[in-house]
Design a binder for this molecule. Structure first.
Ligand code: NDP
Length: 449
């Protein structure tokens, strides 16, 4: 008999925590997951999944226009926000139940409560007002939206959390930020018919992405009608009756019905009692871990966004799986965080894997850049002047493809597959000897000379 109540206590029922819990339970451990909100976590409840459903919803306004050019008369499309919300909530509820069922089927217990550390093996359950013990603890509490509250009136703004539950869809919105969430939501709001303004503090949106993608997306968003403003710093937000006035540093003012901040996310470590167990944090408040997701305390591990490594759902899942494999199957596995494909579900969509042109030049010196810009076939019958872009970055010395960056329909789908080739160290010659699939957009990837 173990001296502890559980072999593994997982704090947080999101992607990383659930995967670790299921696998550890399947390996025979006595596992419990504590979740204070909904099992499924950010990705399922108020992130990737509902976001992508909203992206689909917002595409239909443009699809209706395109349909006309293909001979369809779809009349004047009308949109019901309450219907979208209700259907989205139904789907999230379905997924939440699947997550719960999967955990239970694996033999893990679920506790609906907030859990805080009281010591290296003690966990306090807040609502239940009791303490349990565990041999190992996994912290998988994710991250939460960051709002710069030093800006007067920032409290009037919503974040992505609330954006998934807005009672009414207003006429105008200002989105602050220039990262994944800001550009994705700007596209969603614009597609759903809102007058949309995106305010980004720097010279170009999506810092860290390949410059051609950044410039291409900003231009395409502006062409679609999004008011993208760069070097735009918010000084204050004033409430004026039912409206808000966003006052910029340069003296300009923007009137709007809704302000959304998408200015990054911070690890969920506040109030977790980590100091009671002596767990070290970094300067950004993230839990410090090694390549096996071990903290400085032997029996305490952390995975996912709370560790602020690569903040993507599939990465948290891999980290959770590697943890379970290492700790409960006696098979040490670490996660390779290089060359991870990701998509930005902006409009147009972006897909990216590997090094940007600038990073490749810096790390490899001599590189060759192959770039193709063309009109997607679906738009050729329309008057929409939007371009698709594909870019391969190749190391001159080895011919290895170091990066692939795509802007346009299904960019994410394509880049996921290119990611396999890059992981296998494919060369440009390998791409070239692959015969094209015609007619497709992806064929450009194997025909660039
Ligand atoms: P990001 O880190 O992507 O972007 C944050 C943005 O806010 C940046 O443009 C940043 O500017 C800006 N910013 C930060 N602080 C301030 C401030 N005080 N005032 C004004 N602007 C500020 O964060 P997101 O919130 O968009 O997303 C969080 C993470 O979630 C992402 O990094 C990603 O890992 C993940 N995610 C992934 C998605 C996907 O895979 N499709 C979708 C959504 C989220 P600057 O660049 O100048 O620092």
């Amino acid at each position: 008999m173990s001296e502890f109540d559980y072999d593994l206590f997982v704090i947080g029922g999101g992607s990383g925590g659930v995967r670790a819990a299921r696998m550890a339970a399947q390996y025979g451990a006595k596992v419990v997951v504590a979740e204070e909100y909904l099992v499924g976590g950010t990705c399922v409840v108020r992130g990737c999944i509902p976001k992508k459903l909203f992206v689909y919803a917002s595409h239909f306004s443009e699809e209706a226009k395109i349909a006309g050019h293909f001979g369809w008369d779809v009349g004047k499309p009308s949109f019901s926000w309450p219907k979208l919300l209700a259907n989205k909530d139904k789907e999230i509820d379905r997924l939440n139940k699947i997550y719960i069922r999967n955990l239970e089927a694996a033999g893990a217990e679920i506790i609906q409560d907030r859990a805080e550390l009281r010591g290296t093996n003690e966990i306090y359950l807040v609502d239940q007002d009791r303490t349990v013990t565990a041999a190992k603890i996994l912290i998988a509490t994710g991250a939460t939206p960051f709002v710069p509250h030093n800006i007067p009136g920032a409290a009037f703004a919503v974040t992505s959390n609330e954006a998934f539950h807005l009672e009414d869809l207003p006429k105008r919105v200002v989105v602050v930020g220039g990262g994944y969430i800001a550009v994705e939501f700007a596209g969603i709001f614009h597609g759903l018919g809102l007058e949309t303004c995106l305010l980004y503090r720097g010279p170009q949106i999506l810092r860290g992405f390949d410059d051609d993608l950044r410039n291409g997306l900003a231009e395409a968003m502006i062409n679609k009608g999004v008011d993208v403003r760069t070097e735009a710093n918010v000084g204050e937000i004033k409430k004026m009756g039912d409206e808000y006035m966003v006052c910029m540093h340069d003296g300009r003012e923007i009137m709007t019905d809704l302000v959304m901040y998408a200015t990054g996310r911070v690890p969920n470590t506040t109030g977790l009692g980590l100091e009671n167990a002596g767990v070290d944090l970094d300067g950004a408040g993230a839990i410090k871990v090694d390549q096996y997701s071990r903290t400085n305390i032997e029996n305490i591990h952390a995975v996912g966004d709370v560790t602020n490594r690569v903040n993507l759902t599939p990465v948290a899942i891999r980290e959770g799986a590697a943890f379970a494999e290492t700790e409960f199957n006696n098979n040490p596995v670490s996660v390779d965080h290089s060359d991870i494909a990701s998509a930005v579900f902006s409009q147009p969509e972006l897909g990216t894997v590997g090094l940007t042109e600038d990073q490749a030049r810096e790390q490899y010196g001599e590189i060759t850049v192959f770039k193709s810009v063309f009109r997607p076939m679906k738009l050729t019958l329309t008057d929409i002047d939007e371009k698709m872009m594909m870019k391969l970055i190749v190391d001159k010395a080895s011919d290895r493809v170091l990066g692939c960056h795509i802007m346009g329909p299904d960019a994410g789908e394509m880049v996921q597959v290119v990611g396999i080739a890059i992981k296998m160290n494919a060369t440009k010659a390998d791409f070239d000897r692959t015969i094209a699939l015609h007619p497709s957009a992806a064929e450009e990837l194997v025909t660039m000379r």
